[in-house]
Every structure is written in structure tokens, then in C-alpha cells.
Design a protein around this ligand. Structure first.
Ligand SMILES: CC(C)(COP(=O)(O)OP(=O)(O)OC[C@H]1O[C@@H](n2cnc3c(N)ncnc32)[C@H](O)[C@@H]1OP(=O)(O)O)[C@@H](O)C(=O)NCCC(=O)NCCS
Length: 187
């Protein structure tokens, strides 16, 4: 009996997730898993979610905002943790098997001008496959993080982080190259 109830509950949850995604025009390749409070997604552009992605919240909902004409792509098998905040005004691409730790912020815009003669910066962000971004990090407009890279907790990424490297700090600087095979996926 308990098994049947569990099964029916999981079917119902799957239906609700499907409806949630369709209502927001999100293109998905297989249903993502939602654990805890569901992400707060405002999609006025284009959002795609690859197969087998997980959105996990414990205390804080994740927030994803995709403005008109902007694109947010999340690759297959990616994992987004508690309180992740993503805002795309142009394009943000997160590769497959990405691990985005709790309270990571990813923006492709500064939102405000630095001074009156300078327009607001809006530059696409690219995060490669099998990238792990440590808790509390901020990925700023124009950042490009290569495949397999690791960003240490509390880092601020502002530019290019090469593939297979470990970068830490504010601004994030490479402290080590990582010797990992191409097809490898970290736990
Ligand atoms: C980067 C990390 C993975 C450690 O990697 P590591 O290869 O074991 O690196 P080490 O601990 O040997 O540190 C190497 C150097 O970088 C420094 N360092 C490590 N992590 C750092 C960070 N997040 N910010 C700034 N400096 C850092 C260390 O102090 C050390 O400096 P030193 O050489 O002057 O002593 C770990 O520090 C980290 O940030 N983990 C993220 C954990 C997390 O956010 N988990 C969330 C759940 S998904």
C-alpha cells in the first residue's frame, strides 16, 4: 500500500514539474528532479534543461531569470544547489555535468552603469562541461570557464578560466592545472 502511495505521489510530482516547465516555456530533455522548494524561474527568453538535471534547495529557493531575447542553457546531468541565482540578459551556457554549489550567483550583466558614459555591461557567460563551482562564488559577465575546471569556494570569476584548471580567490586566479582525462566526470 505504501509503495502504491509513493508511486502515485511521484507520478503526481512528475506531472506538476512538467506543467511547471511547460507553463514557463522551458524546453527540457527529460524531466529534471526538483528537491525541496522548487526554483523560482522567470523565463521571458529561452531556457533549455538537459536530461537528468537536479535542482536542490534546502533553505533558499534558486532563482533563474531569463530576460526577453536572452538564453539560458543548462547541460545534461547538471546539479544546482541551494540558493543558486542565475540572471541572463543575453546568454548563459552551463555545460553538462556541472556542479553549481550553494549560493553561487551567475550574471551576464552588471545591472547598473559604473559611470555615466559607460553603458551597462552585458556579456555572455560560458561554463564548460564537468565544471565545479564552489559555494558562494560569483561568476560575472563575460566569464568563460573551460571544461573540467574547478572554482574554489567564495571565488569571484571575471574572465577566462582555462579548461582543467583550479582557480580560487577574488578575482579567481589559476593555482593549479588539473590532470584529468577528457571523458571523466567528477563525483
Ligand atoms: C579548492 C578546494 C576544492 C581545495 O582544492 P585543493 O586542491 O585541495 O587545494 P588546497 O586545499 O591544497 O589549496 C591550495 C591553495 O589554495 C588555497 N585555497 C583553497 N581553496 C581556496 C578558496 N576557496 N579560496 C581561496 N584560496 C583557496 C589554499 O589556502 C592553498 O593556499 P596555499 O598554497 O597558499 O596554502 C577547496 O578549498 C574548495 O574551495 N572547495 C569548495 C567546496 C564547496 O564549495 N563545496 C560545496 C558543495 S558542492
Amino acid at each position: 500500500m505504501l509503495k502504491v502511495i509513493r508511486y502515485l505521489r511521484s507520478r503526481l510530482k512528475a506531472q506538476l514539474i512538467r506543467r511547471y516547465l511547460i507553463k514557463r516555456n522551458i524546453v527540457f530533455d527529460g524531466l529534471p528532479a526538483f528537491w525541496g522548494p522548487w526554483p523560482d524561474i522567470k523565463n521571458e527568453g529561452r531556457m533549455t534543461i538537459g536530461a537528468r538535471c537536479t535542482f536542490q534547495s534546502f533553505r533558499l529557493r534558486q532563482t533563474m531569470t531569463i530576460m526577453k531575447d536572452a538564453v539560458l542553457e543548462i547541460g545534461h546531468d547538471s546539479y544546482l544547489n541551494d540558493g543558486v541565482n542565475v540572471c541572463a540578459t543575453r546568454a548563459i551556457s552551463i555545460g553538462h555535468h556541472a556542479k553549481i554549489a550553494d549560493m553561487v550567483y551567475i550574471y551576464d550583466t552588471d545591472f547598473h552603469q559604473v559611470s555615466h558614459a559607460v553603458p551597462v555591461r552585458r556579456v555572455p557567460v560560458t561554463i564548460g562541461g564537468n565544471v565545479w563551482i564552489g559555494a558562494g562564488s560569483i561568476v560575472l559577465p563575460g566569464s568563460r570557464i573551460g571544461d573540467h575546471a574547478v572554482i574554489g569556494a567564495g571565488s569571484i570569476v571575471t574572465g577566462e578560466i582555462p579548461a582543467k584548471s583550479l582557480a580560487v580567490g577574488a578575482p579567481a586566479r589559476v593555482i593549479r592545472e588539473l590532470d584529468v582525462p577528457d571523458g571523466w566526470v567528477r563525483e
